[in-house]
Design a protein. Structure first.
Length: 264
């Protein structure tokens, strides 16, 4: 079955002093339009490697990636990326950080149209009253809201998130998970997120893709998440399947941990 996004026989090999090292091998995944995929596994299993290849920021050693019917050849505005660190230009205001991408992707739009786009997404992430502040004047959570606005504002076909809330405290993390879920519900964007957090994956994703240990990591298990959208945290936690799915994910991770120790 073909998907809106196709990762087929995907592999990544690095040359090392000890010879070629295969990090990811035979990674196959189809993602439907509007679907949210959480990519989960132990540290070092190749999750971020898969994401950076999908972003076009890391060369592909084997296989290929197709987004909306076109095989990717590098980075492009059809894929918006949000990293763990906000990566904002410190001398530019929050507004200007978002406008920078909008101006480049939509150079033929009028100034008023581009301004309206920036203001819309700044408001969507809850920063309408702080858009003219410098990054140093914003909390880390607010800076990551700017990162989300910047990624959405260029209107990509797909959103890629590499542990975007990993540096935040638990309350801010949960708050921004809900902001992200709300925006995606309104926008219908296809998304893939790398995470270590089982509960985050269950709250946000339509499917959780569990990766085996590296080297030669691949898809090990796929868990379908049945919770209705829009999602409310209390309803998700109260769902009859929540703790069973959570246990399945933890058991998979524990099994991978055992295999890692056996191989050591």
């Amino acid at each position: 079955m073909r998907g809106y996004v196709e990762l087929f026989n995907l592999g990544k090999t690095y040359d090392t002093p000890k010879g070629p090292q295969v990090i990811v091998e035979k990674f196959d995944l189809n993602i439907e339009k509007g679907e949210f995929i959480a990519l989960l596994g132990h540290s070092g299993c190749g999750k971020s490697t898969v994401l950076t290849m999908l972003a076009g920021l890391n060369s592909i050693s084997q296989g290929g990636i197709v987004v909306a019917g076109r095989e990717i050849q590098g980075p492009g505005p059809d894929r918006g990326v949000v990293f763990q660190a906000p990566c904002l230009l410190p001398w530019m205001t929050a507004y200007d950080n978002v406008a920078l991408g909008v101006d480049r992707v939509f150079p033929h739009a009028s100034k008023a149209e581009r301004r309206a786009t920036v203001e819309y997404f700044m408001e969507l992430v809850g920063l309408s009253s702080s858009m003219h502040k410098l990054p140093k004047e914003l909390s880390l959570g607010m800076q990551q809201r700017v990162g989300l606005a910047r990624a959405f504002a260029v209107q990509p076909k797909m959103l890629l998130l590499d542990e975007p809330f990993g540096m935040l405290d638990s309350l801010t993390r949960m708050e921004l998970q809900e902001v992200l879920a709300d925006i995606l519900q309104k926008d219908g964007k296809t998304a893939l997120m790398v995470t270590h957090d089982v509960d985050e994956a269950l709250f946000l994703a339509d499917r959780v893709v569990m990766m085996t240990n590296g080297p030669r990591a691949k898809v090990g298990k796929i868990i379908h998440v049945p919770f209705e959208r829009p999602r409310e945290r209390a309803r998700v936690l109260a769902h009859e399947s929540y703790y069973d799915l959570r246990e399945q994910m933890i058991e998979f991770l524990e099994e991978q941990e055992k295999l890692k120790h056996q191989a050591a």
